[in-house]
Ligand binder design. Structure first.
Ligand code: GCO
Ligand code: MG
Length: 402
């Protein structure tokens, strides 16, 4: 079998997605997600100009060799653009392998380790009361794990609070919109949110929270300590993780579990975090961390150190990534939880898929490969829309992390 063509499909059914389709001489094709929110066309160009020409004529069964060829062969290693492009190829090749074998991807990885993939949904509101009502809604939908975010008094907007509840889309302007951030206002408010959640709902649900990289390590230690009575499932991205050693400081002060890694693109981004047991969950996922082939390596390292997986699953990761991640989650021994932000009906129509949600769990389905396809005719009706993630400034105008 030989690869005969590769095509990049950029579409925007509610938000932008970049999808790679790899075709073969035997009529079997595979799909990979290549979406990098706000930097979509960089990955599309990388694929079209630098990768696809080098794939033609190769044996699609040689997934590992092609991965190594693209990673080592670029000379310029790592980085989100490169690793997204490699991930798209890798995912499409696993899809093809599954279709050739007529097996769902999780069977190729080693088979099912669980009956369903526990997912968490996003409850959010402009204040605590509204967030509580959203937690109730998610509990009513059967979710076992719920992430809670609320507006902060004195701040006009903050990460994680959406206008239309179910579908959160932060990349909402062609040129990045500017938000204002105050760490002290945030730190004063957040413990009140989690106290209110536990008072109203008790301890039955797993409750999660995303700090979205906004604290310093010592501030994160303080927050983790303040949240201990509410027993969070995790505190996510408490501080930016370029300095992995910084997490030692957080660990000295709190036993609140820590999840990090949605922006990681290789195992090297979390080597210290994992081997020193500075985190509890690693959030790398298929599209941003080099595909199934590389994510599997991260999970194996993590397993040695009691770190579990918690794959990123925001709406900017396409259904193709979600499908592949659910197969991965079904197999991976050290699974923790999977994020599940629902896609809009427009997105779901462009990407028909075999996976489904039921009572807090998701199931990848048994279609061969990852079970997600693209309706290209429909996709063509939704052309690319330039859109950027917001930026953040402190109240005095200094740039901060969004
Ligand atoms: C999450 C993430 C997202 C990111 C988004 C950026 O936990 O789901 O933090 O909401 O902000 O994926 O593109
Ligand atoms: Mg996050």
């Amino acid at each position: 079998m030989k690869i005969t063509a590769g095509r990049v499909i950029v579409c925007s059914p509610g938000r932008n997605f970049v999808t790679l389709r790899i075709e073969t001489d035997e009529g079997i094709d595979g799909l990979g997600d290549a979406t990098l929110n706000g930097r979509e066309l960089a990955v599309a160009t990388y694929l079209t100009e630098h990768i696809i020409p080098a794939l033609i004529g190769r044996d699609p069964a040689m997934i590992e060799d092609i991965w190594q060829y693209l990673y080592r062969g670029a000379y310029w290693r790592r980085g989100p653009v490169t690793m997204c492009a490699i991930a798209a190829v890798d995912t499409a090749l696993w899809d093809i392998k599954g279709k050739v074998a007529r097996l769902p991807l999780y069977q190729l990885l080693g088979g099912r380790s669980r009956d369903g993939v526990m997912v968490y949904g996003h409850a959010n509101g402009k204040d605590i009361d509204e967030t509580l009502d959203e937690v109730a809604r998610y509990a009513g939908l059967g979710y076992k794990a719920i992430r809670a975010q609320s507006g902060i008094p004195g701040l006009a907007s903050t990460y994680g609070v959406s206008k239309d509840r179910m579908y959160y889309e932060p990349a909402d302007a062609a040129i990045a919109s500017e938000n204002v951030w105050s760490t002290s206002k945030y730190l004063d408010h957040v413990p009140k949110l989690f106290e209110a959640i536990r008072v109203r709902f008790g301890f039955e649900h797993h409750i999660l929270h995303d700090v979205h990289h906004r604290l310093t390590p010592i501030e994160a230690g303080r927050l983790g300590k303040a949240l201990e009575p509410y027993r969070l499932f995790w505190m996510e991205d408490p501080t930016p993780a370029e300095n992995q050693e910084g997490f030692r400081l957080i660990r000295q002060h709190t036993v609140t579990p820590i999840a990090v890694g949605e922006v990681f693109n290789t195992i090297h981004d979390c080597q210290t975090l994992i081997t020193e047991q500075l985190i509890d969950f690693v959030r790398a996922t298929v599209v941003h961390a080099g595909g199934i082939t590389h994510l599997r390596r991260i999970a194996h390292l993590a397993e040695l150190y009691h770190v579990r997986t918690g794959c990123h699953g925001a709406t900017d990761l396409s259904p193709v990534c979600m499908g592949a991640a659910l197969h991965f989650d079904t197999w991976v021994p050290n699974f923790g939880v999977q994020e599940y932000m629902r896609h809009t009906p427009e997105t779901d129509a462009v990407f028909p898929h075999a996976y489904w949600y039921d009572q807090g769990y998701m199931h990848p389905g048994d279609a061969p490969g990852h079970g997600v396809v693209i309706d290209e005719k429909l996709a063509a009706k939704y052309p690319y829309q330039p859109s950027a993630l917001p930026v953040n400034r402190l109240e005095d105008g200094s740039m901060w992390n969004w």
